[in-house]
Design a protein around this ligand. Structure first.
Ligand SMILES: [Zn+2]
Length: 438
């Protein structure tokens, strides 16, 4: 981006997540792709009288949401098979449909739709685990979205690869292709302990350490998964992976609805991050991640939507709302996951889980300008005592007013700047008609 991309943003409030409370009477200076200064508005206007100035009345500027787990191309299966438990949903519907339909074009088109939905609802960085990660990454770079794309590894063949060695080879190729791109990271996505055997898990561990690539895995998604593993191996999946020296601070364990003291000790010992996907867990009746217990043990918990086929949206504001309520219900403690902690889970904790906390996740001089503004003019947010509380408990994604990724304006006054939404809606319906045989 040209260094001429210089402008001022003056909202009513700034939630930096770097200091307590909200800043008022302040202005952020963006230069290129970075946050260059945070000044009082008076100072900013006298020092920079001639550069573009965006005033956001009755709005809060905050870091963009980091959606720490998903399968973006699955947007094309959204609403195709609902109201089913996880294994029936996967084995009888999703895996056969993937076998039939997933191709580079499917992934490209599904990613365009999903990334657009995410941008419009304030997500500025997403993590993805899906086939053809290079296609997801390519679409993200074309649109200008930040992404960590985890190529999947499974013991069995799919349209994407013949087996573990082939998947790993393809992920390494994607890594080579994007290793210098400022918006993209490529990682390993071994699907789950029950779909990946010891040998590929060990190979992934070795390669990830050598190449400094992150790893994301579904873990302890259901009670069935854990009991089945104990029956087969005599130990819990977390313990099996521990014996393989698989865990590390570069690993994110997704879901984790089943946790005992041993699991917590393993996560703490190795600095493993947990990604909580409350709406997907609720919809598939998978169980409840004990967020409060994990946080009390100082384990970093990030937030993700999971794929839209099990959510059924990619709305981080909604996810945050659900997470905040669910944590209270599950722990029996109304003080569990207070509003500010829920916001951190959807921003800086996600950045930390993905190893990007020095670049994104808060508003700090030198960090990337991945920013969003929330409009509180809506009747749903009136009266307003505390914008952070209002954000978590009363707001919806339709209040996301401006979105910047790496300093580039993506959403202005609630409308997409560079994407033809109507075209994407038509394309999504064409796919749905084809998939449902119309
Ligand atoms: Zn998932």
């Amino acid at each position: 981006m040209s260094p001429l991309n210089e402008f001022l943003i003056t909202p009513k409030w700034i939630l930096t997540l770097e200091q307590e409370g909200l800043l008022t009477g302040h202005t952020v200076l963006i230069n290129g792709d970075k946050i260059a200064e945070i000044l009082t508005t008076k100072e900013a206007l006298s020092l920079f009288p001639n550069i573009p100035h965006i005033e956001l009345k009755n709005q809060m500027l905050m870091p963009g949401f980091v959606n720490a787990h998903g399968h973006v191309a699955m947007n094309l299966f959204k609403g195709m098979c609902d109201d089913l438990p996880l294994m029936t949903w996967l084995e009888k519907h999703i895996w056969p449909a993937e076998g039939k339909w997933v191709s580079p074009d499917f992934v490209k088109d599904g990613s365009k739709i999903a990334i657009t939905e995410m941008l419009k609802s304030g997500t500025t960085c997403f993590s993805d685990m899906y086939f053809y990660p290079e296609e997801v990454a390519e679409v993200a770079t074309q649109i200008g979205m930040r992404a960590v794309c985890y190529g999947p590894v499974l013991d069995f063949p799919t349209s994407y690869g013949t087996g573990p060695d082939d998947y790993i080879e393809k992920i390494l190729h994607a890594h080579d292709q994007f290793k210098h791109h400022p918006l993209i990271d490529i990682g390993f996505g071994p699907h789950a302990p029950y779909t990946v055997s010891d040998k590929p898990l060990s190979k992934i561990r070795t390669l990830a350490s050598q190449l400094e690539m992150p790893i994301q895995i579904h873990l302890h998604e259901t009670e069935f998964e854990v009991n089945d593993a104990i029956e087969k191996n005599g130990i819990r999946p977390s313990q099996r992976l521990d014996a393989l020296n698989f865990w590390g601070p570069d690993v994110q364990a997704v879901h984790v609805t089943q946790v005992n003291e041993e699991d917590i000790a393993i996560f703490k010992r190795h600095g493993v991050h947990v990604v909580h996907c409350p709406e997907s867990n609720l919809k598939l009746a998978s169980g409840f991640c004990p967020v409060d217990t994990l946080q009390q043990a100082n384990i970093n918990v990030a937030l993700g939507t999971d794929g839209a086929a099990s959510n059924n949206d990619l709305d981080m504001l909604g996810e945050m709302h659900t997470a905040a309520l669910l944590a209270k219900g599950v722990s029996g403690n109304a003080s569990a996951l207070p509003a500010l902690e829920a916001v951190k889970m959807a921003t800086i904790n996600g950045a930390t889980a993905l190893g990007k906390e020095n670049d994104i996740g808060s508003i700090k001089v030198g960090k990337q300008a991945d920013l969003i503004s929330i409009d509180f003019s809506d009747i749903a947010c009136s009266p307003l005592y505390d914008p952070v509380s209002q954000l978590v408990y009363s707001s919806s994604r339709h209040q996301v007013d401006h979105v910047w990724v790496a300093g580039k304006l993506q959403v202005k006054n609630k409308a997409l700047c560079h994407v033809n939404e109507k075209q994407l809606i038509d394309m999504a319906q064409d796919w749905a008609d084809k998939i449902s045989g119309k």
